[in-house]
Design a protein around this ligand. Structure first.
Ligand code: ZN
Ligand code: ZN
Length: 151
């Protein structure tokens, strides 16, 4: 699927380079990963690509609109390829797992401000916080284990 990534780069008038293709491939397989994870993924296949090159590629791709950068409160920035649809995210408070949530209403900005103060609103940033299924299960089993122990 390198040709798909090449087409994206060309459509954004960006030169097709190995680090750029490697970052796009990493994000295609692993959405919502942070910079360090992108680095690990890229360097697993391309050990010669430098840290700085990966940082630069992430910045260039984000600026070009090929990659979306999301930054939930108190979390490190994550990157994903799903751009341009104003979708939202649900974040696990315990482990930081992130999943996509489609817009609540439809097209962006998806939520209508009760008072827009005359602003032209084009994006609504919504983050749902909670426990992912794994963490929720773990918590329930811990709770039942400790209540059994106290009996
Ligand atoms: Zn979790
Ligand atoms: Zn997403």
């Amino acid at each position: 699927m390198a040709s798909d990534s090449e087409a994206r780069l060309r459509a954004a008038s960006l030169r097709v380079t190995r680090p750029r293709l490697a970052v796009l491939a990493a994000l295609r397989d692993h959405p919502h990963v942070d910079t360090d994870t992108v680095l690990d993924l890229v360097r697993a296949d391309h050990p010669t690509v430098s840290h700085q090159a990966v940082y630069d590629v992430l910045r260039v791709l984000t600026d070009a609109g090929l990659v979306r950068r999301i930054q939930p409160a108190r979390a490190t920035a994550r990157y994903e390829l799903r751009v341009g649809d104003n979708h939202h995210h649900v974040v696990c408070r315990s482990c930081g797992a992130i999943a996509d949530v489609d817009c609540a209403v439809g097209d962006s900005p998806c939520l209508t401000a009760s008072n827009d103060h005359g602003y032209v609103v084009d994006e609504a940033e919504v983050v749902y916080w909670g426990s992912c299924p794994d963490c929720a299960t773990e918590r329930t089993s811990q709770r039942s284990a400790s209540s059994e122990g106290s009996r």
